[in-house]
Design a binder for this molecule. Structure first.
Ligand code: NAD
Length: 445
């Protein structure tokens, strides 16, 4: 049923709404502590000039937000995008705090952004923007204060430039842990590039093994639809395909392709590398990104942009499980509609946590000047992802069977007396951990 009133898609409003739902499932926190947990610790906004290749000068704005450092240094990517806003960066920094706490790694949450259009810049211009942005951030980043990583339109090369700039400004120290997602030749970790996509796969297979969907307890034979065939989407597709799933549709910014008999991700990648899009691959039917989301399938994986599943299309989703590989692809209203329709949703905070997990492995390796082999990285990743699903599932089940209940009358009202969703439960575990650590540290002075 289409909804007439437009949803509030402000990223901070969405993150607050998700937070308010989650705290229903933990012991009541003091009001002031809740306020502290919601707000970012530090916001840095910098403006700087850049000389372009043609001699002109452009003014560039960049952001770095540290949301919380109770568990350790801030951790989070830097995205380069013409539409990036400070509100978006704040919301994503918060998500990083909860993600790190949920996977139990000793980091807080942070995020960064630079307002620029990578597609319109040369490599030299990008290098100058990256170096100047890094020097403007100065000691706001550092191996023990705030550790950036790649995000949309930033890459291993961007991280190498950030490391080099920071290293020039801090000679004589082991500066490798100042950024993760570096090239393997520069102290990057084996398996980091594939970590988020492989994590998506491990979270899904562990979830299916819990037998909530009687007819689909393994990945084998499952039909999969993936929106976004970039790093995360393509690596996820390969992992599902290797394990016997059928990838029936994928898409990129130019549209999607569908084949009921199944697509081969390696063929898709080769075609995309040659043509710049998956659209046009032989023996496939072209679909729009909107149609793709509404295809009948077992598992739908949004792996591109935020707010793709919303109030106006959530009632048309035909998947049994939605697996959020992208950050924030589902709006709160869509969360409600999917839950009412009995469609399970595995939230971003769990599903795409593989990336930050291997970033943490990289940071650990850098401290010790070591490089683990790929088998070791992958085995450690799988173990962490399984554990994460088990912890969330056990808490969720506690509420479903009634062993646990929302903490007070107000919480019962907010939760609507309904079964909890996995997002609220995963977030509640993370919030509870950060709240407890805040109090254990002792509020200073
Ligand atoms: P990417 O840039 O490699 O890939 C994005 C893909 O989305 C591209 O194929 C692009 O063509 C496609 N796309 C863009 N607009 C689209 C549209 N309107 N419809 C369909 N597809 C569209 O980015 P990525 O690293 O794969 O990240 C994807 C998502 O995963 C983002 O939300 C990101 O924040 C999230 N994420 C990534 C990582 C990571 O380690 N890369 C970690 C956690 C979360």
């Amino acid at each position: 049923m289409p909804v007439t009133e437009p949803e509030n898609l402000d990223p901070i409003a969405i993150s607050e709404q998700q937070f308010d739902h989650a705290v229903c499932y933990i012991q009541k926190l003091k009001k002031g502590l809740i306020e502290f947990l919601k707000k970012p610790k530090r916001i840095t906004i910098v403006n700087f000039p850049i000389e372009m290749d043609d001699g002109s000068v452009q003014s560039i704005q960049g952001y770095r937000v540290v949301h919380n450092r109770v568990f350790g240094p801030g951790k989070g990517g830097i995205r380069y995008h013409p539409d990036v806003t400070i509100e978006e960066v704040i919301a994503l920094a918060k998500l990083m705090t909860w993600k790190c706490a949920l996977v139990n790694i000793p980091f807080g949450g942070a995020k960064g952004g630079v307002v620029c259009n990578v597609k319109a810049l040369t490599e030299n211009e990008l290098r100058r923007i990256t170096r100047r942005f890094t020097s403007e951030l100065a000691d706001n980043i550092g191996p023990y204060t705030d550790i950036p990583a790649p995000d949309m339109y930033t890459s291993e090369q961007t991280m190498a430039w950030i490391f080099d700039t920071y290293d020039v400004l801090h000679p004589g120290e082991n500066n490798r842990p100042v950024v993760t997602g570096k090239p393997v030749e520069m102290g990057g970790s084996y398996g980091r590039h594939e970590a988020t996509g492989n994590g998506v796969y491990h979270v899904t297979e562990r979830f299916l093994s819990k037998a909530l969907i009687a007819e689909q307890q393994t990945v084998a034979g499952a039909s999969i639809v993936i929106q976004g065939f970039g790093n995360v989407g393509a690596i996820s597709a390969q992992a599902f395909f290797r394990n016997g799933a059928k990838i029936i549709a994928v898409s990129d910014s130019q549209g999607g392709v569908y084949c009921a008999e199944g697509l081969n991700p390696d063929e898709l990648l080769a075609f995309k590398n040659e043509h710049g899009t998956v659209v046009g691959l032989r023996d496939t039917m072209t679909v729009t990104n909107e149609e793709l989301l509404e295809l009948e399938c077992d598992i739908l994986i949004p792996a591109a942009l935020s707010h793709q599943i919303h109030a106006d299309n959530a009632h048309k989703i035909k998947a049994k499980v939605v697996v959020e590989a992208a950050n924030d692809p589902t709006t709160p209203k869509a969360d409600e509609i999917l839950a009412e329709r009995g469609i399970y949703l595995l939230p971003d905070i769990m599903t795409n946590a593989g990336g930050v997990t291997v970033s943490y492995f990289e940071w650990v390796q850098n401290q010790a000047n070591q490089q683990w082999d790929i088998e070791e990285v992958n085995a450690r990743l799988q173990k962490r992802m399984y554990k994460l699903v088990d912890v969330v599932f056990d808490r969720w089940q506690g509420f479903v069977v009634g062993e646990e209940t929302p903490s007070d009358e107000e919480s019962i009202k907010i939760s609507g007396g309904k079964k909890p969703d996995f997002r609220s439960i995963a977030l509640s575990i993370a919030i509870e951990r950060v709240a407890k650590a805040t109090l254990l540290r002792g509020i200073w002075p």
